[in-house]
Design a binder for this molecule. Structure first.
Ligand code: UDX
Ligand code: UDX
Ligand code: ADP
Length: 486
């Protein structure tokens, strides 16, 4: 099987959808079908309003949908017809049973594997796309081979972790730093790696297609995300020290980033990292380490999450202490709810924890985000979080919040000026570009005085805002006391 022509991807989510769209775009002779159990999601992929917001995605989908890119709920037929099956289903953290709160829930993966086994009448390459614990391929291999009625059918499993980041998915897919393919070191394994590699090599230079064994490929994905998250937690820890001493975290980041061994990227201190991957993958890593008896290693990586929780908590405490030790009954505008700019995704967004902390102290919030709809914001804030993930909730918040409490304490607005009007403070939680160019004179005039700004992303011009009249707190920046000693 050296020139596969039919690809099927199970799971039309943030990873499966854009990745398959790019493959179809770059390989017009390959038929790519993306399947999902969720009819609504498939309908959206077939409509003018795609289910996810991602710059450039619509153009890529439009160029090949109906030509060689198809979205369907007919999972069984599409899998049966395919030479290569990507599995890109969700692997959330388990919420009950052994490993709850840490281990990955592989129920969706296993369901997909059983389905593949039951419909296959020809040999296939099965590609792990979702992040999975190390050695999943081995377990899945057993499920596949033992559930397939035809002994002639062979499944060769590859690990091909996806490194795209949301908001830049199309850029990342079009020009990846690397593509990683893990496979068995056997004749069949090597042939399968070559077959998948030949797909990527249509547009990715061959030297950027890295080959590894299965376990190394699986572990690389977890390690990459853990290291990225660790960089942010490291900078966030330094941001606390900067505030306490009068240093400036952006100057520190710039200075250390020029060391070629450290590099300049991913050094932005923030109110905390979010997204569907970092926390989940680290918890997964922690669980794997614990299960092989490496307690010190598990504790080391767990501290990355603890530092992230500390940072969110610290931000909330700074808002409350800055506003004379109470926000009770005060209106606070929350600018940005997505976990980062250029996405409507709110999974694990720090905004949830910050809002909960402020609501616990009695604040009335008005949230503005250019991509996250009102229903989503209310649903996220009313959904109970699992306490084992967050042993220290911001400001000692009690979970869960009732829907009525959220309804009472949180409004949303589709206009940033309206969100800020009448507020005592505004908090920047997501680094949307548009926040830098708002008319802050107009906003200041509409706010209660003294008017506070808490910039959790360092995207505003702080000195200019101070000259407008705001009291400005910026993460990891010298506090007013250092700037203007009495
Ligand atoms: C991440 C990985 O980057 C990607 O390779 C992997 O495939 C999936 O997980 P993603 O979660 O989409 O991607 O976003 P990313 O850009 O990594 O940001 C994650 C979080 O870290 C966001 O909340 C972001 O705001 C935050 N962040 C990022 C910082 O706080 N500071 C930084 O310097 C960079
Ligand atoms: C370090 C800093 O690199 C330098 O910028 C600073 O001015 C002084 O401290 P040095 O201690 O001379 O320099 O050596 P370095 O090359 O950084 O190595 C430090 C230790 O880390 C060594 O024991 C080295 O073997 C170890 N190391 C380095 C690793 O174990 N793995 C690596 O990938 C790199
Ligand atoms: P990711 O961010 O990893 O892409 P998502 O949650 O966005 O994850 O997408 C995973 C998708 O996989 C969901 O749309 C879900 O409906 C789909 N899915 C899960 N299990 C199956 C299955 N057995 N068959 C088809 N689709 C599935």
């Amino acid at each position: 099987m050296t020139s596969p022509t039919r690809i099927c991807c199970i799971g039309a989510g943030y990873v499966g959808g854009p990745t398959m769209a790019m493959i179809a775009y770059k390989c017009p002779d390959i038929q790519v079908t993306v399947v999902d159990l969720n009819q609504q999601r498939i309908d959206a992929w077939n409509s003018e309003t795609l289910p996810i917001y991602e710059p450039g995605l619509h153009e890529v989908v439009k160029a090949c949908r109906g030509r060689n890119l198809f979205f369907s709920t007919d999972c069984r037929q599409s899998v049966a017809d395919a030479d290569i099956v990507f599995v890109s289903v969700n692997t959330p953290t388990k919420v009950t049973g052994v490993g709850a709160g840490k281990a990955a829930d592989l129920a969706y993966w296993e369901g997909a594997a059983r389905m593949i086994a039951s419909v296959s009448t020809s040999s296939k390459i099965i590609v792990e796309k979702s992040t999975v614990p190390v050695k999943t391929a081995e377990a899945i291999g057993k499920v596949l081979q033992r559930n397939c009625a035809d002994p002639e059918v062979h499944f060769e499993i590859l690990s091909n972790p996806e490194f795209l980041a949301e908001g830049t998915a199309i850029k990342d897919l079009e020009n990846p730093d690397r593509v990683l393919i893990g496979g068995r070191d056997t004749e069949e394994g090597r042939a399968a790696v070559e077959a998948l590699s030949s797909v990527y090599e249509r547009w990715v230079p061959r030297e950027r297609v890295l080959r590894a064994n299965l376990w190394s490929a699986e572990l690389s994905k977890l390690t990459a995300n853990a290291m990225l998250a660790q960089r942010i937690s490291s900078m966030n820890s330094i941001s606390a020290l900067c505030e306490a001493t009068g240093a400036d975290v952006q100057q520190v980041a710039h200075a250390i980033g020029t060391d070629s061994r450290i590099g300049p990227k991913f050094l932005n201190a923030s109110v905390g990292f979010g997204g569907s991957c970092f926390q989940k993958d680290i918890l997964n890593l922690v669980y794997i380490c614990e299960s092989v008896g490496l307690k010190q290693v598990a504790d080391y990586w767990h501290s990355v999450i603890q530092m992230n929780d500390y940072q969110k908590n610290r931000f909330v405490e700074r808002v409350i202490s800055g506003m004379f030790n109470t926000v009770s009954g005060k209106k606070i505008a929350i600018l940005g709810f997505a976990f980062k700019k250029d996405t409507g995704d709110t999974r694990e967004t720090p905004a949830i924890d910050v809002c909960h902390g402020l609501i616990s102290d009695g604040a009335d919030l008005c949230v503005y985000d250019p991509q996250v709809p009102k229903d989503q914001i209310h649903r996220d804030l009313a959904t109970p979080k699992f306490l084992w993930d967050h042993p220290t909730l911001p400001n000692g918040a009690q979970m869960p919040f009732s829907c009525s409490q959220i309804e009472k304490s949180v409004t949303t607005s589709s206009d940033p000026y309206q969100a800020c009007a009448g507020s005592h403070a505004l908090c920047v939680i997501t680094e949307w570009d548009e926040f830098a160019s708002l008319d802050y004179e107009r906003i200041y005039a509409s706010m209660s005085k003294p008017a506070f700004i808490f910039d959790g992303r360092n995207v505003l011009e702080h000195e200019r805002l101070r000259s407008v009249g705001f009291i400005v707190y910026a993460l990891g920046k010298p506090l007013e006391a250092f700037l203007r000693p009495e």
